[in-house]
Design a protein around this ligand. Structure first.
Ligand SMILES: [Zn+2]
Length: 294
């Protein structure tokens, strides 16, 4: 996710298949260095000769069974009692949250005929001390977090402002839910399908598909948060904060002017709908018009 004015935006580094590398994010950011990651190849059913299956990369991502897998359930989630501030507290919070998302998403991904891979690790890094977090190699300066092949990394100082503990927490919840959205995409085969064709498309198509991927990650994250709004205390003032944040995540924050995450307006559209529906059914960004993923 990318950095935003006054608050954080997400970013995600993605995966690579067949030697092709790609990077993903959530709402803002630019990725100069693409790490090399070998991802499992997606399983694609062979179409019958008479079928009219769209075998383009976007078509395969649009046809995922994830969209018909039903709602994300509410799960029991014992989160730390007070807003996290220190690196250790933020890490502990993120890891508990990831455990909750594992339990919530596993049955949904299972109904999509896929298996939710375990998240390898959740790590916190500080851009001033990169050597302290070798698992989060080469973080980008205009992102607050990224996902790379099963690893979730976040820039913890961005969420440690003691003057805004509740705001930081809501922003952090949105960020971690977005990064986990990429993990769902990877487990469901959407990320690998997408990455497989990364370098074969014209630049404009690459960017549009990157926006589809990023907006979908936020959408999936919002579906989880909507289903678990009670456990995450997303009501009243906190919900107002969340709605403000999702209306201000997007390429408008990208200092390098790269259009790879989508606009504020479209980010708000996908996240707000999914928070209400609590279902990936409302997250098929690969079937949306170009205007909805601009
Ligand atoms: Zn992302």
């Amino acid at each position: 996710m990318l950095k935003a004015a006054g608050f954080a935006v997400l970013a995600v580094v993605v995966a690579a298949v067949a030697g092709i590398e790609a990077q993903t994010e959530s709402s803002v950011a630019v990725e100069p260095v693409r790490p090399t990651v070998v991802m499992p190849k997606p399983v694609v059913k062979k179409p019958t000769s008479s079928s009219r299956i769209d075998l383009s990369l976007e078509g395969l991502a649009a046809a995922s069974k994830l969209y018909a897998a039903g709602k994300v359930p509410a799960v029991r989630c014992v989160l730390p009692g007070r807003p996290p501030q220190t690196k250790g507290e933020l890490l502990a919070y993120a890891r508990v949250m990831v455990g909750c998302m594992d339990r919530a998403w596993a049955p949904v991904v299972g109904r999509a005929d896929a298996t939710l891979f375990p998240v390898k690790t959740v790590q916190a890094y500080d851009l001033k001390k990169p050597a302290a977090s070798p698992e989060c190699d080469k973080p980008l300066r205009n992102m607050d977090a990224f996902y790379n092949s099963g690893t979730i990394c976040f820039e913890w100082p961005e969420f440690s402002n003691p003057d805004e503990p509740v705001w930081n927490l809501v922003d952090f919840q949105q960020l971690i839910a977005h990064e986990y959205g990429h993990h769902v995409q990877q487990s469901a085969g959407i990320l690998t399908t997408y990455d497989a064709g990364w370098s074969k498309q014209p630049k404009a198509t690459q960017l549009e598909n990157e926006r589809r991927l990023e907006l979908q990650a936020s959408c999936l994250g919002a579906a989880f948060l909507g289903a678990n709004r009670s456990g995450f205390r997303l009501a009243g003032e906190r919900l107002r904060m969340w709605k403000y944040i999702v209306r201000h995540v997007g390429d408008e924050n990208n200092t390098l002017k790269i259009r790879d995450h989508g606009s504020y307006k479209n980010h708000a559209y996908w996240t707000t709908r999914a928070f209400a529906s609590t279902s990936p059914a409302t997250c098929n960004t690969f079937k949306a018009t170009p205007q909805r993923v601009s």
